[in-house]
Design a protein around this ligand. Structure first.
Ligand SMILES: [Zn+2]
Length: 267
């Protein structure tokens, strides 16, 4: 069995083919977490988790969306956590890649606020970080890693679609975080991602598609789908010189324990 730790199953990109995709996911014995990026997508993710036994949900506000965020909207979003199939807060973090993105100050404010709320709720967090390595690490240190011993310090942290260096990955693992590897590890120019997979112990790795984006080779250029997470597992097996089955089993177990899902992939 495989666990796609981060995808956007309710993304409009799957409209019209979602039922067929659900059948494929079920047939493959796959488990997925559908990740929210604002209130609407968080509600859709929570609904999908109700409707499909293979699906769990994460709710939260992506850094590119936070110019619309208010305390009221955040409270409404986090209210979804009352549902036991909502298993994490995410995706939250910092994205400095886009020129028209919300200001860095605003992104940092809402990143901190969501980390603080996750700690109060005792929920794990899925972190999005793009072109913001230093600030993401600093804020996670201040809000989580340096608070070990208090409730905030117990927050489980997953670095989604990790694109940093092997050294940074090691640093995160040392601080207690897990690293999730996505389709780009299969790309020809993905030296850094390959080094991350090489450097880390299997017990610290999760796998994901981030679908419908970032399709892995040999599907690169097509729309990505959760079942393609197997190409990520195959690549990690090749990099580490171990079997596909070992990678599948370990990453499945790691995802279940990160999200607090019992090992059959059920709650
Ligand atoms: Zn995502």
């Amino acid at each position: 069995m495989l666990f796609d730790s981060h995808c956007h199953f309710t993304d409009p990109g799957f409209d019209g083919c979602r039922d067929q995709l659900a059948e494929e996911i079920s047939a493959a014995g796959l488990r997925i977490v559908d990740i929210g990026t604002d209130l609407k997508t968080s509600q859709a993710a929570a609904r999908a988790a109700e409707d499909f036994g293979f699906c769990f949900a994460a709710v939260g506000w992506h850094p590119s969306e936070v110019d619309r965020l208010t305390e009221e909207l955040l409270a409404e979003t986090l209210d979804l956590c009352k549902d036991p199939r909502v298993v994490a807060i995410g995706e939250i973090g910092l994205d400095y890649h886009w020129d028209d993105a919300p200001s860095r100050e605003l992104q940092q404010h809402w990143f901190r606020r969501q980390l603080q709320e996750a700690a109060l709720l005792g929920m794990p967090v899925c972190i999005h970080s793009r072109d913001a390595d230093g600030d993401t690490l600093q804020i996670l240190k201040e809000e989580v890693f340096q608070k070990r011993g208090s409730a905030a310090g117990r927050t489980r942290v997953l670095m989604h679609c990790f694109s940093g260096s092997a050294e940074l990955a090691r640093q995160y693992v040392k601080l207690g975080a897990k690293i999730s590897i996505a389709g780009p590890v299969t790309y020809k120019n993905a030296r850094r991602n390959v080094e991350v997979a090489e450097a880390l112990d299997l017990k610290d790795l999760l796998i994901e598609t981030d679908s419908p984006y970032l399709a892995p080779v040999p599907m690169r250029g097509k729309q990505n789908r959760p079942p393609y997470v197997r190409y990520v597992a195959e690549k990690i097996a090749e990099i580490k010189g171990i079997t596909y089955e070992e990678v599948a089993a370990a990453t499945f177990e790691n995802a279940c324990s990160f999200y607090g899902i019992d090992n059959g992939g059920q709650l």
